[in-house]
Ligand binder design. Structure first.
Ligand code: COI
Length: 354
């Protein structure tokens, strides 16, 4: 493996108030950089002071969005250890996204070492307040200065770090969700299952409309029939109907979430049946009307476990668990965050110490 050089900052920043972090607003003292050149491969891994990039205005990422990104977190345990949660899942997912976006894959060992070395360099930035963590954002951008549409021959891979609290202002309180009926996020064969900026750019208009109406996020329906439930803006979605948990299957248009997979494994280990199957919006409306929908929640690295208190579908309000957090969401939140913060046993071997 190539050695990672470290250039420490001469001017460390003042740290923010760790009890009032919000999400993704503060950045640490250092960042990781790696370059790719066709013929040479990925080279010159280094940690440098955090700062602006110098990019040619013709860089392909700025015009055609050839980029991928990831999101994972480092957690400070009470005993002083710093833990990553299932980092290889994110690393492998980025390489899958890279294949879809025609970007060169990165060696898993170097990638994991880069994350660890950067978090070590900024270890004082891992917050210790309850429900806070250090969000890790790796991303790759296409840097050829070229206006034709093709795969770039050069890329930059960066990792930046941000101490964070809850993603939603609601925290663990239930969020209200507007079911989007006009715009669509992705179709099978598109880039929906890749983690790439364009997927999120396409969602902003609906998100603005939802915010204007007082909703936290939108729920996406499939792009062909506008009928089958896909995912929420920044999380995968689960429903508890008739004592079984249902979540849409991974069939190409939704994000294969690491927290989604962790929730399925935890629920299954508790004996709760989980069905990964297609669920139509009319089935949800019907189940809610008949009192068979007992709870709903979203899962995501940023969103953790986020209970859903109500949906709006074509101006019809669908209340869920009386607007309260349901027992499965509560238990999942406690168990998952317990493992992540090193407070509970880790029977699946999910945490990786830095
Ligand atoms: C994450 O949960 O890590 C995400 O990437 C969602 C994000 C777009 C905030």
């Amino acid at each position: 493996m190539q050695a990672i050089t470290v250039q420490r900052t001469a001017a460390p920043k003042e740290k923010p108030d760790f009890s009032r972090l919000g999400f993704g607003q503060y950045f640490t003292d250092h960042m990781f950089l790696l370059h790719y050149t066709e013929g040479t491969g990925w080279h010159t891994p280094r940690i440098v002071p955090y700062g602006p990039l110098s990019l040619d205005p013709a860089s392909m990422v700025l015009h055609y969005g050839q980029e991928t990104f990831e999101g994972l977190k480092a957690y400070r345990a009470d005993d002083g250890r710093t833990l990553l949660f299932r980092p290889l899942e994110n690393i492998r997912r980025m390489n899958r996204s890279n294949r879809r976006l025609q970007i060169a894959e990165i060696d898993e060992t170097l990638y994991l070492e880069a994350i660890k070395a950067l978090v070590r360099a900024d270890i004082d930035w891992v917050p210790t307040h309850p429900d806070t963590s250090l969000y890790i954002r790796p991303f790759i951008i296409a840097t050829d200065p070229y206006l034709g549409v093709r795969a770039s021959h050069t890329y930059q891979f960066l990792i930046i770090l941000s101490p964070v609290g809850a993603y939603y202002p609601e925290g663990i309180d239930p969020v209200s969700i507007l079911i989007e009926t006009e715009d669509v996020r992705a179709v099978k064969g598109g880039t929906g299952e890749a983690k790439t900026g364009g997927n999120y750019a396409a969602t902003i208009r609906a998100q603005v409309r939802a915010k204007e109406k007082g909703y936290t996020q939108v729920l996406w329906l499939d792009g062909v029939h506008r009928r089958y439930i896909e995912e929420v803006g920044t999380m995968n979605v689960f429903f508890s109907i008739d004592g079984r948990v249902v979540t849409p299957p991974l069939e190409g248009s939704i994000l294969p979430g690491v927290t989604r997979d962790s929730a399925i494994r935890l629920l299954t280990s508790w004996g709760v049946p989980v069905d990964q199957r297609v669920i139509a919006i009319d089935e949800l409306v019907e189940a809610a009307g008949a009192g068979r929908l007992s709870e709903s929640f979203g899962t995501g690295t940023a969103a953790v476990i986020s209970p859903i208190g109500s949906f709006n579908y074509n101006e019809q309000i669908i209340p869920v668990s009386g607007g309260q957090i349901g027992p499965l969401a509560r238990r999942l939140y406690d168990e998952l965050t317990g493992i992540q913060w090193g407070k509970k046993a880790d029977p699946f071997g999910w945490t990786v110490e830095i």
